[in-house]
Write a protein that binds this ligand. Structure first.
Ligand SMILES: *[C@@H]1O[C@H](CO)[C@@H](O)[C@H](O)[C@H]1NC(C)=O
Ligand SMILES: *[C@@H]1O[C@H](CO)[C@@H](O)[C@H](O)[C@H]1NC(C)=O
Length: 256
């Protein structure tokens, strides 16, 4: 009896602590955008980034958001830690994989600054750590090559959303959330992909409250070709070289 009371006491003591722990935990969601869809659906088109580094032939990271694990709501602007370009870490990899093809051509800094000031400041990382964590996740997820290896290619084909999800899930052990947009002929096309990770920013988890996006059962995987990228109005030879190199990289990726 005494032992039971004692155990009961422990449980009573333990539960508020458990609640507090749950309250303070977070998880992350990394967002990837397929540039072929973005270029096809945007009236303004898409532009070769204004940088000498060739963007990767892959999905681009477009966000690394922090979520409150109790409320499942995105945490934003938690403090005013400024963005400092000198603290950002591996800029080359960021240009390749967190590339901004919005028009007019830009060097990506504004998207990194926005990500840091909106979400990064709520993370468990300093600025360099935040971007490094996002890039490390990108490396592990490696969305395009994972899809291509499963026969899902940006070749104007229609692919089952469930197969797309399964291809990623079989590699990382968690299901991606797929967002579609309206592509040519009013078909739904693969636009964005979201993956959630636990507080350690390493362990993949099912997104606890996945946003619901409308897709058809089979969706278009739009190609991404050099001609889709507009040259900067201030066209430098480096940007057209970048577009050229990009297309070659994409061809290589498709042949995996
Ligand atoms: C999550 O939200 C709850 C309820 O608003 C709050 O008590 C808790 O402190 C938040 N957690 C974090 C990590 O901010
Ligand atoms: C055009 O390119 C040059 C050299 O790359 C650069 O210094 C200049 O700021 C650019 N002008 C515009 C309007 O983007």
């Amino acid at each position: 009896m005494a032992l039971q009371l004692c155990l009961l006491g422990l449980l009573l003591v333990a539960s508020p602590a458990a609640i507090a722990a749950a309250d303070s935990s977070i998880y992350y969601q990394i967002a990837f955008m397929w540039p072929g869809a973005y270029c096809a659906q945007t009236n303004a088109g898409c532009c070769v980034p204004a940088t000498d580094v060739v963007p990767a032939a892959d999905f681009y990271v477009t966000g690394f958001t922090v979520y409150n694990a109790t409320t499942n709501s995105a945490m934003t602007r938690c403090n005013n830690t400024p963005f400092n370009m000198n603290e950002i870490g591996d800029v080359k990899n960021l240009v390749q994989y967190w590339s901004n093809i919005k028009c007019p051509s830009n060097d990506g800094r504004s998207s990194w600054k926005k990500a840091w000031k909106t979400s990064g400041v709520c993370s468990r990382f300093d600025e360099k750590g935040y971007f490094a964590a996002a890039l490390a996740l990108r490396d592990k997820i490696n969305p395009l090559s994972r899809l291509v290896r499963n026969g899902i290619k940006p070749d104007f084909g229609l692919y089952s959303v469930n197969k797309i999800k399964a291809a990623v899930r079989s590699g990382i052990g968690a299901t991606p959330v797929i967002q579609c947009s309206k592509g040519p002929f009013d078909e739904f096309q693969l636009y964005q992909m979201f993956v959630c990770v636990a507080e350690d920013a390493k362990t993949f988890i099912e997104c606890p409250e996945p946003p619901k996006y409308t897709c058809s059962d089979d969706i278009l995987f739009h190609p991404f070709k050099k001609w889709m990228l507009k040259e900067a109005s201030n066209s430098s030879s480096s940007s057209s070289a970048a577009a050229q190199a990009f297309e070659q990289l994409l061809d290589v990726a498709m042949e995996i």
